[in-house]
Write a protein that binds this ligand. Structure first.
Ligand SMILES: Nc1ncnc2c1ncn2[C@@H]1O[C@H](COP(=O)(O)OP(=O)(O)OP(=O)(O)O)[C@@H](O)[C@H]1O
Ligand SMILES: [Mg+2]
Length: 411
């Protein structure tokens, strides 16, 4: 069986590793990149090897999304434990009378089964012990760190890490760096911009997406002929937001197609890329149109407002009503807060939106945001008209205490 070959970005790994090790990143470094563009691959295949080789630091890697049902705090603890257990029992049990569940390094003793938050052994102690066992500084890499925000335990874990960071970075400590990734800068931004957050003010950088060098490499790795030109590939790759998967799928279709001519291969390739994108888009619209009118309305307002989105404000409520009015032709009854809450919960469980803790919501995939905004643009006139009419209805209902409230007013 053939494994997926990886295109290595050594130069980028060197730069990012240097950045992470610099004093400016001592409070942590947050790296964002859109979904499915190669963040995890880059970290595992290029960054971690570079960090180990050039900086001799002990890596702890935790992917908070590998098992979405797992508690993020637990995933981090497991990652630390498993690194500790890689050390020889002899190193870990330097003192007499210490059993397997207890370990002792450099005078520090702890129970390996009780690492956690609150009661038991702290993360600070576990990481200090790991540094002592490895005789190295510690670099913790948390993939999809925004996932820590969905539970209270996850948020606690980040606070515990902040405490560990400060202890290990103290002048007598072994040194500590943390790199966290996330698929949307909005999601990660909530981790560093909110002053209640553990990593308030840590720097946030964008991971460059795969570029023309990747495309050249990929093209060369393909044995069939004729192949699309690199110019056409750049265009197609841009159109699918620099995601290798759609590109690979189209190349598979090209490999299986018969009678392709060198003169027309570019046109054919771009057409296939367009089709792939159009398919994904129309699948998404099908899902969007299948939603409850309130759910779709909430999603649209969320797309329009972005980070400023406030689910329960008067203005948002008016916009939900206008979208429902525009799409159903019937002015909706009053929308209660609990109805909005239920809609948000449904959207979250269907993975349309992501809850950034404490009532903040974001659309899961930035590609979806763009598509929703296209749809909003299409119905802009109807939306504006619906809004004006609803405002007129509301005004008419307020002025005279008695009289009809316009429920029979049709557009
Ligand atoms: N450097 C690379 N060389 C070859 N293929 C790659 C490379 N980087 C990513 N890919 C391919 O792109 C796809 C997405 O990669 P990866 O899972 O690393 O992205 P991601 O940004 O971490 O995704 P997610 O948002 O789901 O976490 C995978 O199929 C992977 O094999
Ligand atoms: Mg990933």
């Amino acid at each position: 069986m053939e494994r997926i070959e990886v295109f290595h970005r050594e130069e980028l790994a060197k730069r990012l590793a240097g950045e992470l090790m610099s004093a400016d990143s001592s409070s942590g470094l947050f790296v964002t990149g859109p979904r499915r563009t190669g963040k995890s691959t880059f970290i595992r295949e290029d960054l971690i090897p570079e960090l180990s080789k050039a900086y001799g630091t002990q890596i702890v890697y935790a992917d908070l999304w590998e098992d979405k049902s797992a508690n993020p705090g637990h995933v981090i603890v497991q990652a630390i434990k498993s690194e500790l257990l890689k050390f020889d029992g002899f190193i870990l049990r330097a003192a007499k009378g210490v059993g397997l569940d207890k370990i002792k390094v450099g005078g520090l003793e702890m129970s390996i089964d009780h690492i956690g938050f609150g009661k038991g052994e702290t993360l600070t102690k576990a990481l200090t012990l790991l540094a002592a066992a490895s005789k190295k500084s510690i670099t913790l890499i948390i993939d999809e760190a925004q996932h820590s925000q969905v539970s209270e335990e996850g948020r606690e874990a980040l606070y515990a890490l902040k405490a560990a960071r400060d202890a290990l970075n103290a002048s007598t400590g072994p040194g500590f760096r943390m790199l966290a990734t996330g698929s949307s800068s909005d999601k990660l931004a909530s981790l560093v911009e909110d002053k209640d957050q553990a990593f308030y003010h840590a720097p946030l950088v964008e991971l460059p997406t795969l570029d023309v060098d990747y495309l050249k490499w990929y093209r060369n790795s393909q044995a069939f002929e004729p192949k699309p030109s690199i110019e056409a590939m750049v265009r197609g790759f841009d159109a699918c937001n620099h995601r290798p998967e759609p590109l690979r799928k189209v190349f598979q279709a090209l490999r299986l197609a018969s009678k392709l001519a060198a003169e027309t291969i570019d046109v054919y390739f771009l057409q296939k890329m367009d089709e792939a994108l159009a398919n994904a888009k129309s699948n998404f619209y099908q899902q969007l149109n299948g939603l409850e009118p309130l759910d779709a309305a909430v999603l649209k307002v969320m797309a329009m407002e972005g980070k400023k989105f406030v689910p329960y404000s008067k203005a948002s409520n008016m916009s939900y009503q206008a979208f429902i009015f525009a799409s159903t032709g019937v002015p909706p009854d009053e929308i209660t807060q609990s109805a909005v809450q239920t809609a948000l919960e449904r959207l979250r469980s269907e993975k349309f939106v992501w809850k950034a803790g404490r009532g903040a919501y974001l659309i899961e995939d930035t590609q979806h945001t763009a598509w929703i905004l296209d749809a909003v643009q299409q119905e802009r006139d109807e939306f504006d008209r619906a809004k004006r009419e609803l405002q007129a209805i509301a005004a008419a209902a307020v002025v005279p205490k008695s009289g009809v409230a316009g429920s029979d007013t049709k557009p």
